[in-house]
Design a protein around this ligand. Sequence first.
Ligand SMILES: [Zn+2]
Ligand SMILES: [Zn+2]
Length: 337
Amino acid sequence: MKALQLIGKEKFKFAEVPKPEIKADEVLLKIKKVGICGTDLHIYHGGMKVPLPLIMGHEFVGDVAEVGLDVTNVKVGDRAVAEHVIGCGNCTFCNFGKCNLCIKPTVIGLHRPGALAEYVAIPARLVYRLPDELTYDDGVLVEPLSIAVYGIRRAGVGVGDNVVVVGQGTIGLFIDQVAKAAGASVCGIDVMQPRLDYASKKQLVDIALNSKNGDVAEKYKKETNYAGADVVFEVVGRDETIDLSLSIARPDGKVAVLGVFEHDASINMMDIVKKELHVLGSWTCLNSFEPTLHLLANKHILTDGLITHRYKFADTPKAFIDASSYSDNRIKSAIEF
Ligand SMILES: [Zn+2]
Ligand SMILES: [Zn+2]
């Protein structure tokens, strides 16, 4: 089969590799679409130690091409999506059912071959049938949406909460929507005006604020007549965005951090101390694919317009170069087979 291998920093090579042989408890997916995310770009730019050559791709949707003897949850011909973190099954965290915190995880597209190939083999317990009413576009967005769903559940967002989402990329725009579905009112913050315009126009947020324009925390408090947000989501991973998140939260409020920080951040600790903030991390997702598929199938989440850039498999190297530029109007880049 054809596969795209990462062979070094910012270097790809198309290769002919054997089609994966599946075990009794595995599923072979014929790939239809793959999403590119910040983690992929981080790996591509050499920011993470990975075994080379590596077939990347952990956000994907495909058709079930083969199933192992013990597989009962999907059948050949089903359209399917899959989680990508395989817990070791032996550590304390796997034993407590928190496989996202496994100390020795195997990640598809990072430690074992991912979806930038014609086929990928996945343990069946990570595979979910895509409901008939959903499209392949919905399917390729299930993984980023499940991260938003997990974050909302971890932070315990409830009816009537005032939520602020700092960062309006794919996951931020999904957090907006899941928070609304949970009954919250939502303020979206970003520096990229086109993303804020999209969020407002599609009514994903009640308020959209550009943090380039003055003290946005003060502005939010003034506009809402509130002491700050009940729950803040940090979905960027920079000094200024975590600082803003801490300052825009109300006393005794929560700050959920999903951003991936490339550097240690310097923050105002007294914001946490004096406001008695509850700061929590939220890492990938856990038991979130099923609720995510329900939210999509019940039309609670809008996916229209989120895939802004599409590339053929043969043009994947260009997709990585283009996506690295983070142009204003780019939200999600997808590779199509
Ligand atoms: Zn991702
Ligand atoms: Zn484990």
